[in-house]
Design a protein around this ligand. Sequence first.
Ligand code: SIN
Length: 273
Amino acid sequence: MEVRPLTGGLGAEIIGADIRSAEQFGEIQEAYSEYSVIVLRGQSISPEDHLKFARQFGPINVNRFFKPVDGHPEIATVLKEKNQKQAVGEGWHTDHSYDQRPAMGSILHALEMPPYGGDTLFASMAAAYDALSPKMREILDQLSAVHSSRHVFGADTLDSEAAKSGRLGNAKAATQEAVHPVVITHPLSGRRGLYVNPVFTTHIQGLTNDESAAMLGMLYEHCKKPEFHCRVRWQVGDVTMWDNRATWHKAINDYHGYRRLMHRITVDGVALT
Ligand code: SIN
């Protein structure tokens, strides 16, 4: 198995691995801890293999809103049909940050890809935090922010293409709200990193709306710097796993007129401090 770093910020692609192999799991897990995003190229796997791989990291965290794969309620369908305009996950986000114990990782398997585009971008929240001034880090270290699922998956979104087409559903279950520190200590590495994101974070506690919007806007612009990013160019069969406590991600919607189908499994996490 060969591990090739994708950029200086985060991410590695892994050539010659088989996620069905119990012997290789330790090495894959090490690469995941080190790079936060790992791209396991060329996997020939079934949904059962996908689930078995995921369960080695922890219990499955079943997504409430994505259409499940037939016969596999623990696997979410991430789909854009060729006649659809919106992709799932187009905005920079961190999966499940609205939960009290947000999902530790997500594992996406590429089943159908367009002939070009459909890449996924990732950003390192630790690299972004490290690049801030000591004074700004000191201020952020004392703050907490509110995250919610309501405005993204709730009743107000029933008019969206994703809801109307059935790709997303269960709007009445969108009641989650959680408060997390703006800067967390990663539960495994101990590294400090930002934990706010443009999709699910609603505001910073204790600030006025204007102050919160200005602070979050500054942080979001900062995190969008390409120095903190890597880009995954998918091929059918690839499996990418990312750490939700260490990264943001964003699906690039640049393949109109083509179908893209992925299966996603998320793994349970812990409360963040
Ligand atoms: C997601 O946001 O989980 C999906 C990312 C992608 O489809 O590239």
